[in-house]
Write a protein that binds this ligand. Structure first.
Ligand code: BEZ
Length: 389
C-alpha cells in the first residue's frame, strides 16, 4: 500500500515536472534585435527587421513552436558602444537569441560576447570576415555574406569580363571597407589586373571631393568603391557630379546601389555591381517574397530585407530541430549546417563555418532596379580563413 502511494506520488511529480518543462519551452523566445535605427545605416536596420518580421508573420507569429518577444537596441553603428549594448541584451535582458547587426566593427564585438556567453547569434548583414573566420563558433551564424564574397567576384568580373587593367579603390576606413577592397584586389590581380592605389575616408565621413580629384588625375581604367546606405547615395552622386561616370566606370559590391536607387537617380545609371541578390530574378520563390513584402510594407525589398527574412528562416530551422529548446546547441547547429535554405536569393547552405555558400550575381542598374545580368560566380564559399570548427 505504502509503495503504491509512493509510486503514485512519484508519477504525479514526474507529470508536474514534464508539464513545467513543456510550459517553459512554450514560453516566449526572447530575441534581441541589435541593429542601427539611426545614422547612415538606419534604413538597412529597418529593412532587416521588416524581413525578419515578415517571415515570422508567415509562420503564424511563432518560430519552432514558440512565440517571439523582441527586445530592440539601436546600436548606432558605433563600435565604441557595441560591447555595452550586447552585454545588456545578454546579461540584463537575458535574451535567448541575438539578431544583429549591419556594421562589421559592431558585429565583431557581438561575436566576441556571443562566443564567451554561448548565446546564439545570427548576423543578418555585417560581413566581417572574422565572424565566420577566427571567431567562428557553434552558436554563431550568418544569413548574409562575408565581405570577401561579392568583392572577390567583382574583381574577377572587372578583369576577365570587362578587361580592365588598372583600378583604384575607395572606401570607409574600417573592417568592411578594408576587407571588401582586399577581396576585390585579390580577384582583380589573380586575373591580370593591378590595383594602383587604395583611398580611404573615416567612417561615416562623406566628404569625397579631394579623393575624387585624385582619381580624376590618376585616370585608372576603373574604380571599385565600398559604401552603403546614406554614404553610398552621396558617393555615387558625387562621382557623377564630378563627371567621372563618363570616363571611369565605377564598380562595387551591390551595397553601393541596393536600397539607394530612388535617392541616387540617374547618377547610378548603368552601374555594374555584384551581390547575392538582384532585381528581376523571376523565380516563383522571389516573386512571392516580393509580393508579400510590398503588400506589408508598401515598398520593394532589397538585399537587407532578404537577409533579415533568412535570419528568421535559419532560426526556425534550428528551433524546429530542437522543438523550441534552444539550449540544445549542438542539435540546433547541426540542423542549420545540413539545411538547404529556401531563400528569395536562391537556395543556399552554410556549411561548417556558418557563412552562406551562395551564387553571386552580376547586376546592372536600369531605372530603379539592380537588374540581374547573370551569375558572376556560382556557389561561392568564403575561404573562412582561421575558422577551426
Ligand atoms: C559591414 O559593415 O559589414 C557592411 C555594412 C553595410 C553593408 C555591407 C556591409
Amino acid at each position: 500500500m505504502k509503495h503504491r502511494i509512493a509510486r503514485t506520488t512519484l508519477a504525479a511529480l514526474t507529470l508536474v515536472a514534464f508539464a513545467t518543462v513543456g510550459h517553459a519551452q512554450q514560453g516566449k523566445l526572447k530575441v534581441g534585435m541589435m541593429l542601427p535605427y539611426s545614422g547612415t545605416y538606419a534604413a538597412l536596420g529597418t529593412a532587416i527587421e521588416n524581413g525578419f518580421r515578415l517571415r515570422l508573420q508567415e509562420q503564424g507569429g511563432k518560430l519552432g513552436g514558440r512565440e517571439i518577444e523582441f527586445v530592440k537596441v539601436d546600436d548606432e553603428s558605433d563600435p565604441a558602444k557595441a560591447t555595452d549594448n550586447v552585454n545588456k541584451l545578454i546579461k540584463r535582458d537575458n535574451v535567448d537569441v541575438i539578431v544583429g547587426t549591419v556594421h562589421s566593427g559592431v558585429a565583431m564585438a557581438m561575436a566576441k560576447a556571443a562566443k564567451e556567453s554561448g548565446t546564439v547569434l545570427i548576423v543578418p548583414n555585417a560581413g566581417a570576415d572574422a565572424v565566420t573566420g577566427p571567431m567562428c563558433a557553434q552558436n554563431i551564424f550568418r544569413s548574409s555574406f562575408s565581405n570577401w564574397q561579392p568583392a572577390y567576384a567583382m574583381g574577377v568580373v572587372a578583369a576577365k569580363q570587362e578587361g580592365k587593367k588598372s583600378a583604384m579603390t575607395i572606401t570607409w576606413k574600417y573592417a568592411a571597407g578594408d576587407e571588401s577592397t582586399a577581396g576585390f584586389k585579390e580577384g582583380f590581380e589573380k586575373n591580370g589586373g593591378k590595383v594602383v592605389k587604395q583611398l580611404t575616408v573615416p567612417f561615416p565621413n562623406v566628404e569625397f571631393q579631394a579623393l575624387l580629384t585624385e582619381i580624376a588625375a590618376a585616370k585608372p581604367d576603373a574604380v571599385y568603391a565600398f559604401f552603403a546606405g546614406g554614404g553610398a547615395v552621396k558617393f555615387v552622386k558625387d562621382y557623377a557630379a564630378a563627371g567621372l561616370d563618363k570616363t571611369i566606370p565605377l564598380y562595387g559590391p551591390g551595397f553601393l546601389t541596393d536600397g539607394t536607387l530612388d535617392a541616387q537617380g540617374d547618377a547610378a545609371k548603368g552601374m555594374l555591381t555584384t551581390l547575392h541578390y538582384a532585381d528581376g530574378m523571376e523565380t516563383p520563390r522571389d516573386k512571392s517574397f516580393r509580393t508579400a513584402y510590398a503588400k506589408e510594407y508598401k515598398l520593394q525589398p532589397d538585399v537587407y530585407a532578404v537577409q533579415g527574412y533568412d535570419a528568421a528562416q535559419m532560426l526556425a530551422i534550428g528551433l524546429n530541430a530542437v522543438k523550441g529548446d534552444i539550449s540544445k546547441k549542438a542539435e540546433f547547429a547541426s540542423a542549420i549546417e545540413s539545411a538547404k535554405i529556401d531563400s528569395p536569393r536562391g537556395t543556399f547552405t552554410v556549411g561548417k563555418s556558418h557563412n552562406p555558400v551562395q551564387d553571386i550575381y552580376l547586376r546592372k542598374v536600369e531605372g530603379k532596379e539592380n537588374k540581374m545580368v547573370g551569375v558572376a560566380i556560382k556557389g561561392l564559399a568564403d575561404p573562412s580563413r582561421g575558422c577551426k570548427l
